[in-house]
Ligand binder design. Structure first.
Ligand code: ADP
Length: 220
């Protein structure tokens, strides 16, 4: 079973292609953003603390992230044997702590998929999504801030995973089917996806976030 980290700037496609991978492999799709938005929607004290960061496009502090995410990750990995992590880790401290916990729990990632697109394309995808999903952080000012936060905090993870020999970098500035064909070939060459998977009609995956499966053209 595959254990994958999806890395991309906002609008890069980690949600879209992460959900596709989940449908192909049956590994749990775990979106840190969806988990955080669910906590905010619940209106809990924790949700109010989270919203103060997400509304501005700032990163939520690591201790909050770990307390919300780790129980879900461990349960999902136990239930499905794998995971597709969408939006976590997102800082070097998160990546290093995740690697330690991965070793302790025998949940080490097999692959990190880095999805890229030009900034204008990322921005226009997010503005387009704003019209459909109404996410409060999809306004131009907050989008620009999230892109800057990505460049400062998350981009260093690309070299970290390249150094571990598990990085695949793909442009998503092309049809989704082409991106998915490259993803499938790379994973299959490493024995991380059964050959035969990746075609039309493969089994649907699970979503422990309880989020609706979004099969539209939206890319995160
Ligand atoms: P995007 O990649 O489009 O910004 P996400 O849904 O992944 O969307 O994240 C939305 C927001 O949730 C982020 O701007 C940040 O505030 C918060 N967030 C998500 N994942 C993390 C994380 N691993 N660490 C800190 N904050 C996070």
């Amino acid at each position: 079973m595959v254990r994958v980290i999806m890395l991309s700037p906002p609008g890069g496609g980690k949600g879209t292609h992460g959900k596709w991978l989940t449908r192909q492999t049956g590994a749990a799709h775990i979106s840190s953003g969806d988990l955080l938005r669910a906590e905010v929607a619940r209106g809990s004290d924790l949700g109010r603390r989270v919203a103060a960061y997400t509304a501005r496009g700032d990163l939520v502090p690591d201790d909050l992230i770990f307390s919300i995410l780790m129980p879900v990750l461990v349960a999902a990995a136990r239930d499905t044997g794998g995971y597709v992590l969408d939006g976590f880790p997102r800082t070097m401290p998160q990546a290093l702590r995740a690697a330690e916990l991965g070793l302790e729990l025998s949940l080490t990632a097999d692959a990190a998929i880095y999805l890229t697109a030009p900034v204008e394309e990322l921005t226009s995808r997010l503005l387009d999504r704003a019209g459909r999903d109404g996410r409060e952080d999809d306004t131009l000012g907050v989008i620009r801030h999230r892109l800057a936060v990505f460049a400062r905090e998350t981009a260093p993870l690309v070299d970290y995973y390249r150094g571990r020999g598990i990085l695949l970098e793909l442009s998503t500035d092309r049809p989704e089917a082409e991106v998915q064909a490259d993803l499938r070939d790379w994973l299959q060459a490493r024995g991380l996806m059964p050959s035969g998977a990746g075609g039309v009609g493969a089994a649907p995956g699970t979503s422990p976030n309880g989020a609706a499966e979004d099969r539209g053209p939206a890319a995160r």
